[in-house]
Design a protein around this ligand. Structure first.
Ligand code: MV4
Length: 446
């Protein structure tokens, strides 16, 4: 097994990876910016290296500094975590060229899935159901018009380099199409440096349902069920649950089997998540994330499988430690993302933590790098804790979640705990009756 892993990340996810390493007898190297010298991920690691000033582009995205840290500490492997360099194919390749294992998929897979047009072409070829649309980039109003006539209005223009909802435009009739294409192209160029856009039929009330998969270098691929991540604000997930309240067992097994067959065919190795829009009983591929996800703990709670441990083992060359049929999906799990933000207007709320008490008890897990006296820096993502709760049924899970939210004390800064307290009592939430627009259009407006 690896002897030492460099964790190229910060916050709760760096801790999550450190914990898996500790349990596996692997030494850890933390990297940090000057803003994070007193951070918990630095305090817990076996060694730490300062890699630059506070802005992420100068530290957590600084490839030469991270490679130097791996070299001077004698690490065997690099875990990129979530965000930052985790879906940067060039980083994955450079890490391997310098003789370290990259704990993630092959650079080619990261590359393809980072280009939404290439990803969709690959998905179609692999037998994954997609939203009807253009079979490549759309250049002109004439081309767009021809595609739109075939699939019907409304249509959605998406940026090839976009993803995560950035650079999308809904078009309701043919008159607007030419203008919208030109706008989308120039906005895509400005935002991502890549002009290419493509067109899909616009689904009006989808749910976001994603399938967790895991592949090894021996040709084994399994799925670990789905997560419903429809509760989002400005394309940021707020609460995720598994199983999805919208799916029945037959639909779950079918989409899982499709995902596994596709990933086996493509030779995918490591953790990955295939994102679908689910509407009227049908799944439509939108994107694939070639990394560990923020919401992975709900899958761990449901299955009892340590996903980070498996990810490290398969990166080393070991086979997946369990079979598809041995996985038991038990009960229900929900994650609340606790952001350091005002619950009223979502403005960031960095600052010193004056008091800290995390909830506990049966079925309650808190992944967080917070401690009393810690100062949440203003430079990074506002996620400061993940409250993850398991119950034998969805109802039990929600009751336990509300109890845990009431217990959480994070003093000195604003968090969105009060928002979660309201959300988890909303009748539509209790009924599982929500789509990707419900949180913003119904809950936050009423
Ligand atoms: C769509 C869609 C409707 N129709 N595609 C937004 C994020 C990106 N990953 C895909 N997104 C969407 N794609 C078609 N053809 C609606 C969305 C969408 C959405 C998707 C998932 C979660 C939240 C969302 C919020 C608004 C729009």
């Amino acid at each position: 097994m690896f002897e030492k892993i460099l964790i190229a990340n910060r916050g709760d996810i760096a801790l999550r990876i450190h914990r898996a390493c500790r349990e596996m007898g692997i030494k850890t190297v933390a990297v940090h910016s000057t803003a994070d010298s007193a951070a918990m991920h630095v305090r817990l690691a076996d060694e730490s290296v300062c890699i630059g000033p506070p802005p992420a582009r100068d530290s957590y995205l600084n490839i030469p500094a991270i490679l130097s840290a791996a070299m001077v500490t004698g690490a065997d492997a690099v875990h990129p975590g979530v965000g930052f360099l985790s879906e940067n194919a060039t980083f994955a390749q450079i890490v391997e060229e310098h003789g370290f294992k990259f704990i993630g998929p092959k650079p080619e897979h990261i590359q393809i899935m980072g280009d939404k047009i290439a990803a969709k072409k690959a998905a179609i070829k692999l037998g994954i159901p997609c939203v009807p649309g253009s079979d490549g980039p759309v250049e002109t109003a004439e081309h767009a018009g021809a595609v739109a006539r075939e699939i019907g209005f409304p249509v959605l223009i998406k940026a090839a380099a976009g993803g995560g909802g950035r650079g999308m435009k809904v078009v309701y009739d043919a008159n607007e199409l030419g203008h919208a294409i030109n706008m989308a192209k120039s906005e895509a160029k400005a935002a991502f440096g890549v002009e290419a856009v493509y067109i899909e039929r616009y689904l009006g009330k989808p749910r976001h349902v994603e399938v967790q998969i895991l592949g090894d270098c021996h040709g084994n691929v399994v799925h670990l069920g789905e997560r419903d991540c429809s509760l989002q604000r400005r394309h940021q997930k707020i609460l995720e649950e598994t199983p999805s309240p919208a799916l029945n067992a037959a639909e779950r097994n079918k989409i899982g089997a499709i995902a596994v067959a596709a990933m086996r065919k493509s030779g995918y190795q490591s953790l990955g998540t295939i994102e679908f829009l689910y509407e009227d009983g049908a799944f439509h591929f939108i994107e694939m994330n070639t990394r560990l996800q923020v919401e992975h703990p709900i899958t761990e709670m449901l299955t009892g499988i340590d996903l980070v441990r498996e990810q490290i083992q398969v990166a080393y060359g070991a086979p997946i430690s369990f079979t598809q049929d041995s996985i038991k999906f038990q009960g229900h799990a929900i994650e609340c993302r606790i952001n350091a933000e005002s619950p009223a207007n979502f403005h960031p709320s960095p600052g010193k933590i004056t008091e800290y008490h995390a909830p506990g008890g049966l079925g309650v897990r808190v992944d967080s790098a917070l401690y009393a006296g810690y100062e949440v820096p203003p430079h990074y993502d506002s996620l400061v804790a993940k409250l993850v709760v398991h119950g034998s049924s969805r109802n039990e899970c929600i009751l336990r979640l509300r109890r845990a939210l009431d217990e959480f004390v994070i003093g000195g800064i604003d968090t969105i705990v009060p928002l979660h307290q309201e959300l988890t009592t909303a009748p539509d939430f209790l009924n599982g009756d929500y789509d990707v627009h419900w949180l913003e259009k119904v809950f936050l407006r009423t």
